[in-house]
Design a protein around this ligand. Structure first.
Ligand code: PLP
Length: 355
């Protein structure tokens, strides 16, 4: 495509128009799958940009005075919320989560009932570190009953579940193509057509004045193909990956009986968070797994380069007792790889009081 279709989609000549057709084709495809209007989909450089745009739009354009979220959200959400608390004097409230990572919806109701100020509720659909799933429907009912705007970070669930955004359940949602084997650095946001927010990146009039800058055409086309394939293979992939996850859990329990899992293991099929007792030995586990050729992390990719304990593990109250190993599964994962993982984990981890 890069050789044959190189026009700029914003140009009115035939080369540009040809590319514009491709971009709009992807927008239509995404909108059709999510059961929304194409005009409600905007391409961005990924979910972080989309989240920044949504928070900025909610505060600056829609007059939000309070943000309610949790401490287990992705850093893109927590940092955006904290930024608006500091810079725009927005009230920031965190809803409690229990030791399994489940959100306290009663407390959300109380927050919304006690203070009717204009609010953005930001609760993620699937947690990227522990895999917990949130009922969008239940949270939506609470938000709608209190006229609160509702954004759900759907990065981990888009392309893995057939998310239906019709019926005004959500005001905002986001997606990142690399979560369903698409290219990195491309994503989109859904903005409820009843809402008019300002762009975060300003300049030209691309994306119907919602996101300035020449479109990442090749990224968008790649996203489209990956999104389409994710739907074609969704059920078969989900079943196969779930089987792999159960295989690993069973094998770990068999080989390492003291093993614990963090969060709700019934959640997202692509994530399993393993808890080892915290000691100097297990603090080195990620490095030792890496040396053995195994790519696992302790938290989200954005923070795994640092030695900090994951903020999610901290929010679960496990920071002082647990070393977390997050395993991600995909359609490419094999049982042989999982067997090797268990073998190395067994060898490199330590469950004794003195290691
Ligand atoms: N939200 C969640 C839940 C994520 O897992 C990620 C990325 O891993 C993001 C947001 C940020 O997405 P991006 O890397 O496309 O900016």
């Amino acid at each position: 495509m890069m050789k044959e279709e190189f026009g700029n989609p914003s140009s009115i000549h035939s080369f540009g128009r040809k590319v514009k057709v491709q971009v709009e084709g992807v927008r239509n495809l995404v909108a059709e799958k999510l059961k929304v209007q194409p005009a409600e989909i905007f391409f961005t450089s990924g979910a972080t940009e989309a989240i920044n745009t949504i928070f900025n739009g909610a505060v600056i354009s829609l007059g939000v005075e309070r943000i309610i979220t949790t401490r287990i959200e992705h850093p893109a959400v927590i940092s955006s919320a904290e930024y608006h608390e500091k810079t725009n004097n927005i009230q920031l409230e965190y809803v409690n989560i229990d030791s399994q990572g489940q959100v306290d919806l009663e407390q959300l109701k109380t927050f919304l009932t006690d203070n009717p100020k204009k609010t953005l509720v930001s609760l993620m659909h699937a947690n990227n570190e522990i895999g917990n799933l949130l009922s969008i429907k239940k949270v939506s009912e609470v938000c709608r009953a209190h006229q609160a705007l509702f954004f759900s970070d759907t990065v981990q669930s888009m392309g893995k579940f057939a998310i239906d955004l019709s019926g005004q359940l959500l005001d905002f949602a986001v997606s990142s193509a690399h979560k369903y084997h698409g290219p990195k650095g491309i994503g989109f946001m859904f903005v409820n057509g009843d809402l008019k927010i300002d762009p975060y990146i300003i300049g030209g009039g691309q994306e119907r004045n919602m996101r300035a800058g020449t479109e990442n055409v090749y990224g968008i086309v790649g996203l489209g193909k990956a999104f389409e394939l994710s739907y074609e293979e969704m059920e078969q992939n989900r079943k196969a990956i779930l089987e792999l996850k159960h295989y690993l859990m069973d094998k770990l329990r068999e080989e390492i009986p003291q093993i614990r899992f963090n969060g709700n293991t019934e959640g997202l099929h692509t994530v399993l968070n393993i808890g080892l007792p915290k000691n100097m030995h297990n603090d080195m586990i990620l490095m030792n797994m890496d040396i053995a050729g195994i790519a696992v992390s302790g938290g989200s990719a954005c923070s795994s380069g640092s030695l900090h304990v994951s903020h999610v593990i901290e929010a679960l109250g496990l920071a002082d007792t647990v070393s977390a190993v997050r395993v991600s599964f995909s359609k490419h994962t094999t049982k042989e790889e999982l067997d090797y993982f268990v073998e190395v984990l067994k060898e490199k981890s330590c469950f004794d009081t003195i290691c």
